[in-house]
Design a protein around this ligand. Structure first.
Ligand SMILES: NC(=O)c1ccc[n+]([C@@H]2O[C@H](COP(=O)([O-])OP(=O)(O)OC[C@H]3O[C@@H](n4cnc5c(N)ncnc54)[C@H](O)[C@@H]3O)[C@@H](O)[C@H]2O)c1
Length: 351
């Protein structure tokens, strides 16, 4: 194959602003076709990026391309991905992988039975902080991790475009949309530990705030039926635990992202990247210098996808890892709905 032909399914904000520009700057790729239920948008995007084909149904794409990106509302990820994989087409699907564990499993089964590549758009992993943090964890710089604190906090940034506040089409709100990135990153840095028990609490308070001023567009309180704030406590095998919180619209001073890991020999903050190592009976702080990256996270994601499709690289984000993120999110939602903790596996060895 001289050029990997790519098609784009769902060409709203993320396809237009990230995937199409990234693949247009990636070697060995031919931007071939677009499809969107909003045909006018599909034609506009095709014209703006000089993409030769616009098709009405996504199935029409599959005879024209080797790979697709899927950037539709979450409800359609699984169905479209499985159809593409069954047609022999590689898939880069936006995060979250799908709305439920069962939908994610169907995608993985389709990838396996067709021997096609499936990856998910957890692009935080390609940031310099994440890459160096992963190396530090693998080098054992903080020893075995035992406590992790994760906060993905926005003050007044509910996505006001698209269908982000519609539970039927997205499956959830701040957790499935934004918290998922930090959950994914934390699980990756911790080397994919097996969760044992999950306690979750979700809130939908924002819709009750009259006249709320939102920095990312207007929202309709009448139809806003997803979580805007979520807290969780998760325990994993080997005694590891995680305190998790995310929000689109917290009543806090400012936006912030925290991923902080305590290990037996030290600790680490990822944003900004800093190490705290136990030496001489105290903790020594080191600000970690980040390397100049050749590629932005978006371009690195596109390149890794293309290389995987061509059999030249291993995936940075595997579908199985993305399934683990979805399984945890599902447990958080279930715990909140039922008011009880969710047991995910037989209890491992406690420290
Ligand atoms: N990686 C990230 O940081 C990131 C950021 C934003 C969005 N996303 C994800 O990308 C996806 C899309 O988000 P967005 O911000 O681009 O939303 P958007 O609303 O701007 O775009 C979605 C597009 O999908 C189209 N669409 C709807 N149903 C479709 C269907 N059945 N078949 C084909 N097209 C369909 C819509 O017409 C629209 O053009 C979501 O899954 C979201 O979670 C990821």
């Amino acid at each position: 194959m001289s050029q990997l032909k790519i098609g784009f399914i769902g060409v709203g904000a993320i396809a237009r602003d990230r995937h199409i520009p990234s693949f247009s700057h990636t070697e060995g790729v031919e931007l071939t076709a677009v499809q969107d239920v909003n045909e006018e948008r599909a034609y506009k995007v095709a014209s703006d990026f000089e993409i030769p084909h616009v098709v009405k149904e996504y199935t029409e794409l599959f005879t024209m391309v080797d790979a697709v990106t899927i950037s539709t509302p979450n409800k359609f990820h699984s169905e479209i991905a499985a159809a593409a994989l069954d047609a022999g087409v590689h898939v880069l699907c936006e995060k979250p992988m799908a709305m439920s564990t069962a939908e994610c499993e169907a995608m993985i089964e389709a990838a396996d039975r067709n021997n096609r590549h499936l990856s998910i758009g957890y692009h935080y992993r390609y940031t310099p902080e994440a890459k160096v943090a992963k190396e530090l964890m693998e080098n054992g710089e903080i020893g075995a991790p035992f406590v992790t604190r994760v906060q993905a906090m926005r003050r007044r940034k509910v996505p006001g475009w698209g269908v982000f506040t519609n539970k039927d089409l997205q499956g959830g709100g701040s957790l499935i949309d934004f918290g998922c990135h930090l959950l994914d990153l934390a699980l990756w840095l911790l080397d994919d530990p097996k969760p044992v028990e999950v306690i979750g609490k979700t809130y939908n308070r924002l819709s009750k705030t009259p006249g709320l001023v939102n920095d990312w567009g207007s929202i309709d309180p009448e139809t806003f039926n997803v979580d805007d704030h979520v807290t969780s406590y998760i325990t994993f095998e080997n005694g590891l635990s995680m305190q998790f919180e995310c929000s689109w619209a917290a009543n806090i001073k400012e936006d912030h992202t925290t991923l902080s890991i305590s290990g037996v020999d030290g600790g680490m903050d990822v944003y900004p990247l800093e190490l705290y190592q136990a030496k001489y009976g105290t903790l020594q702080d080191t600000k970690v210098r980040l390397p100049e990256e050749e590629l932005s996270p978006e371009l690195a994601q596109a390149k890794n996808f293309v290389d995987c499709c061509l059999g030249k690289a291993e995936p940075v984000v595997t579908a199985e890892q993305a399934l683990n993120v979805s399984q945890l999110m599902e447990a958080i939602y279930q715990s909140s709905e039922t008011g009880s903790s969710i047991q995910l596996a037989s209890v491992g060895v406690e420290d």
